[in-house]
Ligand binder design. Structure first.
Ligand code: SDX
Length: 436
């Protein structure tokens, strides 16, 4: 959409009240969602910065990939409601949609699936990197390190302005993330690495690499593979979240795309972001029984206590996170079909019910987010807590790559370089140590 088209004819007046001096800023509209005020000339024309720590009111870019309406609980990938994709699509098809903007034809889907299946193996020297980690290294540390090291191996796809290079990078990193993740898991167990198989689909292959051992045959449970595929669809992208913005920022300098994704993995690891799913399970295990819930709710409400109810709250969703609703429903089905006992799920349901009746959570619009229930399913699939955020990273790699490609080809794209409100010391002269 050209700049002229995006301008909606509306503008805003900024008036400095004491002097009465004023100036006008143009407004621009997207296809849906809030308008933006174009402040790009604010500093050069008026010597002013805006101030928005955490960027809660700031559009960092124009994007056509994912739309969220936090008040209505809406999440759409390229215009398709996530509920419809969760019920009818597959993670590989959603990956194509996020990367290329349209649902693939049968032929495109078949070719993309073949390309992913045939790029899952790792260079043997990359596998040897895992020996450099101690057995108790956190899997997220290993995955971030090994993904970053891919920039040391793949020199053939570093021309970020070559569409073919961008495609090879996209297919390669999406295909290899499960293999790298499984290698990290096996290293932490002291078990031999299980090679990928091209005859298995994306999620079945992941389960095979995670759980197969040389000593016996491994049966892939289709219920588990189906549950993983759904979770990956729901975690694939989420607009300009912390880790995606990190990938865009790192990539905006022209850095190697593997390094940009490694930066995204590092950002995702934080407990306020993708690390929350691991923190939720630890919290549920610490709560232990329904009788303890009030004590933890009180801790979450206590301004002097840093404890937060993990899996609750969201910067954008001030209504239900549509992903949490779908995952909660899936929990029921998966636990029943896997025949897993579900005390933690029951505890989570009770915690949600009690919290959502509490005035504090109602007033602050704190609802369960995507991380609140996902760990219960991962645990039922036999995946350890330490691997939960790695699962998030596997799925979100699709979104990171889609946004990296959009940023690289954005005609308005520039290196990210925010300014600041400086409140430090004004100019002062150096004093020799003998006179201090
Ligand atoms: C993800 O951005 C994305 O899209 C992220 C994500 C994605 O798909 O990429 O959706 C994935 O990261 C989900 C969020 C996972 N994180 C958690 O579950 C951790 C627990 N939640 C919070 O730490 C918090 O809610 C955040 C980080 C998610 C959002 O933080 P904000 O938007 O900066 O909100 P805030 O910290 O300013 O909180 C507003 C108020 C505060 O109280 P006051 O200072 O106004 O009195 O709500 C309180 C907070 O103390 N609050 C909570 C709370 N979350 C916010 N109080 C108790 N428990 C909580 N979980």
């Amino acid at each position: 959409m050209s700049d002229a088209k995006k301008k909606n004819g509306r503008s805003y007046i900024v008036r400095e009240t004491s002097s009465g001096k004023e100036f006008e800023l143009a407004s621009r509209s997207g296809t849906t969602g809030p308008d933006v005020i174009d402040i790009r000339s604010l500093f050069t024309s008026h010597g002013l910065f805006t101030y928005d720590p955490g960027y809660g009111s700031t559009a960092s870019c124009e994007s056509k990939i994912t739309y969220i309406d936090g008040d209505k609980g809406i999440l759409m990938y390229r215009g398709y409601p996530v509920e419809q994709l969760a019920g009818r699509s597959s993670f590989i098809e959603v990956a194509w949609l996020l990367l290329y903007g349209e649902l693939p034809t049968q032929a495109q889907l078949h070719e993309f699936d073949r390309s992913i299946r045939t790029h899952t193996m790792l260079n043997e020297t990359i596998l040897r990197l895992f020996n450099g980690f101690h057995y108790d290294a956190h899997p997220m540390a290993m995955v971030a390190g090994v993904v970053g090291s891919m920039s040391a191996f793949y020199h053939d796809t570093t021309d970020i302005h070559d569409p073919r290079h961008r495609d090879i990078f996209a297919h390669r990193i999406i295909a290899k993330l499960p293999t790298i993740s499984a290698a990290a898991y096996k290293h932490s167990l002291g078990q031999p690495f299980t090679y990928p198989r091209n005859d298995l689909n994306y999620c079945s292959n992941l389960l095979h690499m995670f759980f197969a051992v040389p000593a016996e045959d491994y049966h892939i449970d289709p219920v588990a593979a189906e549950a993983l595929d759904l979770l990956f669809i729901l975690h694939a992208d989420h607009e300009q979240n912390c880790s995606t913005s990190t990938v865009r920022m790192a990539g905006s300098s022209g850095a190697n795309p593997y390094s940009a994704v490694a930066a995204g993995i590092a950002a995702l690891w934080g407990p306020a972001h993708g690390g929350a799913n691991e923190a939720v399970l630890k919290m549920l295990e610490e709560i232990g029984t329904v009788a303890n819930i009030p004590k933890f709710i009180a801790k979450a409400k206590d301004k002097d206590d840093p404890f937060r109810l993990m899996g609750f709250g969201h910067r954008v969703y001030k209504n239900h996170d549509p992903r949490a609703t779908i995952i909660r429903e899936t929990c029921h089905k998966v636990l029943a079909r896997l025949g897993r006992n579900q005390p933690l799920f029951d505890l989570a349901l009770q915690l949600e019910e009690i919290a959502l009746k509490d005035p504090y959570f109602i007033e602050k619009k704190l609802y369960p987010n995507v991380d609140f229930y996902s760990g219960v399913i991962y645990r039922a699939l036999g995946i350890p807590k330490s691997m939960f955020t790695v699962m998030f990273a596997i799925a979100r790699t699709v979104g990171w790559v889609a946004h990296w490609r959009e940023m690289i080809t954005d005609p308005e794209g520039r290196i990210g370089r925010p300014r600041q409100l400086y409140t430090g010391p004004t100019r002062r002269d150096y004093v020799d140590v003998s006179k201090r």
